[in-house]
Design a protein around this ligand. Structure first.
Ligand code: NAD
Length: 148
């Protein structure tokens, strides 16, 4: 399968690349290094079935060739990163996800996997509470997204 993966230079994305390549797949990795690092994927530089494109997925882009599966992992992923990059977090969760979905539309891709966090965090208090946290004092505000 030819997999297009956003967040390829991140913690989970880089391991996903390793695993997918080990299973015989071809991977096109996208990342803008907002919170990820080139070091996470430098060992894949000589790998024929791996191609990396430095790309902010909130911008317009296209992928040449077949796309069998799209995996969306691009997003800041911790309270520290959310607070450092609040607008980028919202943009990658909305427009970025839309751009990744557009890769699927009309291409006959078999699968779209959205691996973004299932947690919903509040931005209104000192403590960041996941959706399921029970608190009479704080209520999570809505900015969440799904996982599948
Ligand atoms: N780490 C966990 O324990 C955990 C748990 C549940 C869900 N998740 C979700 O998995 C995903 C990956 O988490 P992670 O821990 O690997 O985080 P990470 O920060 O290491 O990786 C995210 C990657 O996305 C990239 N990115 C961010 N915005 C981008 C953009 N606009 N365009 C292109 N690339 C962009 C970053 O540069 C980074 O390489 C996140 O969506 C996170 O919410 C993580």
């Amino acid at each position: 399968m030819r997999i297009v993966l956003s967040g390829a230079a991140g913690f989970i994305g880089s391991h996903f690349c390793d695993r997918s390549l080990a299973e015989g797949h071809t991977v096109v990795g996208l990342d803008n290094f907002l919170t990820g690092s080139p070091q996470n994927i430098q060992h894949l530089a000589g790998e024929a079935r791996f191609r990396f494109i430095e790309q902010d997925i909130t911008d317009e882009f296209s992928i040449d060739g077949p796309v069998d599966c799209v995996v969306n992992m691009a997003s800041p992923a911790s309270p520290k990163d959310y607070l450092e990059h609040p607008i980028e977090t919202l943009e990658v969760g909305s427009r970025g996800t839309q751009r990744m979905l557009e890769l699927v539309v009309g291409r006959g891709s078999e699968q779209f996997r959205n691996r973004r966090s299932a947690a919903v965090w509040t931005w209104r208090c000192n403590w960041l509470l996941p959706l399921r946290a029970r608190s009479s004092e704080w209520r999570p505000s809505a900015c969440g997204i799904t996982s599948a």
